[in-house]
Design a protein around this ligand. Structure first.
Ligand SMILES: C[S@@+](CC[C@H](N)C(=O)[O-])C[C@H]1O[C@@H](n2cnc3c(N)ncnc32)[C@H](O)[C@@H]1O
Length: 302
């Protein structure tokens, strides 16, 4: 399943892309946004694309084969500083961060990102960095797990889920998505239980959704990466350069909103709009993933 870039028109409109621009795409994924950006910046433009997932870099190597305007970097965007000098650019005219997981990551059962496919509970976007989700589930205390589910997943049953996980792991390790779902299902109040094909209309999400989201954010340290990524990107923006961030849940959006407001209050940046841009109804119908997407853009003043 090929990833469908969200808010594409809006990104192209608000990033202020001009022919010859130097653009960083911090989250290449399948290169959907990147390909559209390349069309806008013309033959003199340059695109530096990051992704921490080697599979995304491999897809983009295929997509942009023979394209001299593109530099691909297999790196976490939080490490921009580490590689910036090697990129041989002075500053970026625009940076896009479209955070979260790609459709390809969610669809690849072997990587354990989704409760809808059976696979090992791994969830590392970069398979060389950090503990797997199964290791977090084995090592964290009950209180730490509850906090993880609550703060990263906004899961109301966080304590209950943490308790059943700790009880279950005494019997056997939780290694696969099935193992975890089985345990969570025991803890879910009967009226919330997900029944295939019989889901009540008010129960819009599978009850394991937020736990999976929280684990993914924890495994990949996504919130700290976001904080460091936007700081690094803003630092390397040219004057009048723009930074756009697409986030998918409120904890991420809050981080972006607060940091952008701070820069605006300090007269370092100007918000392009106060309220985030969200997907139009027509886009949500075609691509349900866009339902929770929020785009914020800031322009650097000084
Ligand atoms: C939502 S997808 C991006 C989709 C892309 N805009 C497109 O049009 O195909 C997010 C991608 O960002 C990558 N990613 C997430 N956090 C990252 C980080 N901190 N550093 C580098 N890549 C990251 C993921 O591996 C994933 O491939």
């Amino acid at each position: 399943m090929r990833h469908n870039p969200v808010l594409l028109e809006e990104v192209l409109e608000h990033l202020g892309l001009k022919p010859g621009a130097v653009v960083m795409d911090g989250t290449l994924g399948s290169g959907g946004h990147a390909a559209a950006i390349l069309e806008k910046i013309g033959p003199e433009g340059k695109l530096i694309g990051f992704d921490q997932d080697p599979a995304a870099i491999a897809r983009c190597r295929e997509l942009f084969r023979g394209e001299p305007r593109v530099i691909l970097v297999h790196e976490n965007f939080r490490n921009l500083e580490k590689v910036f000098l090697k990129l041989k650019v002075t500053a970026f005219d625009a940076v896009l961060l479209d955070i979260g997981a790609s459709s390809e990551q969610l669809a690849d059962g072997k990587r354990g990102f989704s409760f809808q496919t059976e696979g090992e509970l791994d969830m590392r976007m970069n398979p060389e960095v950090g503990p797997k989700a199964s290791e977090l589930l084995a090592q964290m205390s009950e209180a730490q797990l509850a906090d993880l589910f609550y703060y990263y997943g906004e899961e109301h049953h966080s304590r209950r889920f943490a308790r059943v996980i700790v009880e279950a792991r005494r019997q056997h390790p939780l290694r696969t998505t099935e193992d975890l779902i089985h345990v969570l299902e025991q803890a879910i109040p009967a009226q919330l239980r997900f029944k295939k094909g019989k889901r009540p209309s008010w129960a819009r999400r599978h009850p394991a959704t937020k736990v999976f989201q929280a684990l993914r954010i924890g495994v990949n340290d996504e919130l700290n990466a976001l904080k460091e990524g936007i700081a690094g990107a803003f630092h390397h923006l040219a004057k009048k350069g723009r930074l756009g961030v697409i986030s998918f849940h409120s904890t991420e959006d809050r981080i972006v909103k607060q940091q952008f407001r701070k820069w605006a209050d300090e007269d370092q940046g100007e918000l392009i709009f106060r309220k985030p841009v969200v997907a139009k109804r027509s886009e949500i119908l075609n691509n349900p993933r866009s339902r929770s997407a929020k785009l914020r853009v800031i322009e650097k003043i000084s």
